[in-house]
Ligand binder design. Structure first.
Ligand code: DX5
Ligand code: ZN
Length: 220
């Protein structure tokens, strides 16, 4: 049986004036998770939303929360992310001096732990942490904004990461974030991705549920 591709729609592209309606559609869809992008204006040149807003998102959303922190010192917010009821907390490799410690702290808090790589950070740097993480999130755009163009080199990085995971016996999932649509999604799935994040492709689609379905079967 082929492995099922997971879809994690990115809240960043949602219509915040109609949050209840948007999340209602996600709840009814085949989406597996909801991807939440937290930015600080320091690690990335943008600010998104913080915990007081996300508290309401968490109440309205029935899908597991896949939280992506694009902030410096993400370890300061492990308990806030846990209090949201998050399933997964992703921190950037580039933002953590003591990555191993941060990963353990996330797990000790009872969440799954993910490490995220910017487009210019090579996969081989994960050699000594790959067995400790539940997921690797590969950025296929420079983080900070939705609606950017997919960086092609990500396909090679997915392949390299798949090799590293197999060679080391790691159980980490491969998630890709940025510029994902049906076309790039199909190629990512074939290269070995397990989870696709999609913001604009999902929330700007005329039929969100149908787009999520199309992404789920991408690459089959
Ligand atoms: C970018 C964020 C992404 C973003 C993706 O910094 O991490 O999750 O929402 O948006 P699209 O799918 O529009 O590229
Ligand atoms: Zn993201």
């Amino acid at each position: 049986m082929e492995k099922e591709l997971k879809i994690s729609p990115s809240l960043l592209a949602a219509d915040f004036g109609n949050l209840e309606r948007e999340l209602g559609k996600i709840n009814k869809s085949e989406a597996d998770w909801l991807h939440i992008d937290i930015m600080d204006g320091v690690f990335v040149p943008n600010i998104s939303f913080g915990f007081p807003v996300l508290k309401y998102v968490a109440k309205l959303c029935e899908k597991p929360l896949d939280v992506h922190l694009m902030i410096v010192q993400p370890e300061k917010f492990i308990h806030e992310v846990k209090d949201l009821g998050a399933m997964m907390m992703n921190v950037h490799y580039e933002a953590c001096v003591h990555l191993h410690r941060v990963i353990q702290q996330i797990k000790d808090a009872g969440m799954k732990a993910g490490v995220t790589l910017n487009p210019s950070t090579p996969v081989f740097l994960l050699e000594d942490i790959i067995r400790d993480v539940d997921m690797v999130l590969l950025m296929s755009v420079n983080p900070g904004f939705g609606g950017q163009k997919f960086i092609e080199h990500t396909i090679d990085k997915v392949r390299a990461l798949r090799e590293l995971i197999e060679r080391t016996g790691s159980h980490a999932l491969i998630e890709v974030d940025g510029g994902v649509n049906q076309e790039t999604g199909a190629r990512l799935a074939k290269a070995g991705a397990d989870v696709l994040v999609a913001g604009s492709a999902v929330f700007k689609a005329p039929d969100m549920g149908e787009m999520i379905h199309q992404l789920k079967i991408a690459g089959r």
